[in-house]
Each structure stands twice: as C-alpha cells, then as structure tokens.
Ligand binder design. Structure first.
Ligand SMILES: CC(C)(COP(=O)(O)OP(=O)(O)OC[C@H]1O[C@@H](n2cnc3c(N)ncnc32)[C@H](O)[C@@H]1OP(=O)(O)O)[C@@H](O)C(=O)NCCC(=O)NCCS
Length: 177
C-alpha cells in the first residue's frame, strides 16, 4: 500500500531483520519501551525474524528518503477463539498526525480480514489509562474500536490497562461476535 502523507510517499511492508534498529528506535522514542525493557523487545522481534514465533507479524511504514517511520506488531491471542492482539503500534514522533498510524492499523485489519473468519474474528489492542495516552485512546476510538475493558492498576497503582475491541467480521459470520 502506498500513501502520501506530509508530502512523503509512504509504503507499508512486512518488516525485515534489517529494520530491527529502526523499529527499536521507534519503540524507545514513543516511550512504549523503556531502555531496560529492550531485551524483551529484541526477543519478540528476533522470534518473528527467525520464524519461531509462527503467525506473528511485524509491519513497517517506510517513507521515501527518510526510512522506517512506523511499525506494527500483531499476533493471535493465546487461549482465545480467533482473537488477535495488536501488541505494538508506534510512529516516529516527528511524523505523528500524518496518517501513518491509521494506515498501519488499516493494513493489519485488511490482512486479518483477508485471512478470513476461520482465522481472525476480533482485533484487540491494549493501552494505558494515563493522561499521556489520552490521544492514543482517541486515535483508537476514531478508528472504530470500542473501549471494551479496564483492568485496574495493571501497569501501576495509578495506571489501568484499557482494552479496545473491534470485530473483523460481519455479525453472524465465523460464529457470534
Ligand atoms: C497512536 C499513534 C500510533 C497514532 O499514529 P499517527 O500516525 O499519529 O495517527 P494518524 O495521523 O494516522 O491518525 C489517524 C486518525 O486518527 C485521528 N486521531 C489521531 N489522534 C486522535 C485523537 N487524539 N483523538 C481523535 N482522533 C485522533 C486522526 O485525526 C486521524 O483521523 P483522519 O484520518 O480522519 O484524519 C502515534 O501517535 C504514536 O506512535 N503514539 C505513541 C505511541 C502509542 O501510543 N502507540 C499506541 C500504543 S497502544
């Protein structure tokens, strides 16, 4: 998919091993991963690259002349019935508001819809309840996600987990949704 945002052509594609540093930089720059959590991040990315995390997918948004400016990571939710989790979504801060995050989410949804209801029925995404993530919560609402659940104090005493939910299939297809 090719789009035009902030006068740079941006293409979404499957991530490659060579994108690891750029994606890692986005994880840190967006504040989604602290430097001491990068071991977990690297393990997740390496598992995708070597194929050991089957069904796990990383996408990147690449802008001409700039490089990788956004990334998304999604995988099936264990112990669920065809629920997928968008575990990571980040856009380089100097490109926020340029439509890149929306395009990445659209690309994830499109891939899962194309896989069919026998594979994917629901997409969820988890974020924080803090004021710093108000804009992120607004972003998911704008993209048609329902605010589905809150797990109190999940990330800290004053930081709940908010779960957003979106159906990937028409009601009645692939079981009740
Ligand atoms: C959240 C994030 C991925 C959004 O990406 P982005 O490229 O800045 O967002 P987009 O420009 O694609 O916005 C998509 C749509 O959502 C809308 N939107 C964005 N923020 C919004 C808000 N706070 N309230 C309402 N709508 C909002 C945009 O207006 C746009 O709608 P449009 O297409 O009709 O213009 C990005 O800001 C980011 O990386 N934030 C920090 C990390 C983060 O919070 N990641 C998510 C972790 S769960």
């Amino acid at each position: 998919m090719v789009t035009d945002h902030n006068r740079v052509d941006t293409r979404t594609r499957a991530a490659r091993a060579a994108d690891a540093t750029a994606v890692r930089d986005i994880a840190v720059a967006t504040g989604l991963f602290q430097p001491d959590e990068l071991g977990d991040f690297d393990a997740m990315y390496a598992g995708y690259c070597d194929g050991s995390l089957t069904d796990h997918a990383w996408l990147v948004a690449q802008a001409d002349g700039v490089g990788v400016i956004g990334a998304a990571y999604y995988a099936p939710e264990p112990f669920s019935d065809r629920v997928w989790n968008l575990y990571f979504l980040g856009v380089r801060p100097d490109h926020h508001g340029g439509g890149i995050g929306g395009v990445l989410v659209d690309t994830v949804e499109q891939a899962l819809r194309e896989a069919g209801a026998q594979v994917a029925r629901v997409l969820i995404v988890e974020t924080s309840s803090t004021e710093g993530f108000e804009s992120t919560r607004g972003f998911y609402r704008k993209l048609g996600f329902d605010q589905e659940a809150r797990i109190r104090q999940f990330y800290g005493p004053d930081d709940d987990k908010i779960v957003f939910w979106k159906s990937l299939v028409e009601p009645g297809v692939g079981g009740t949704v």
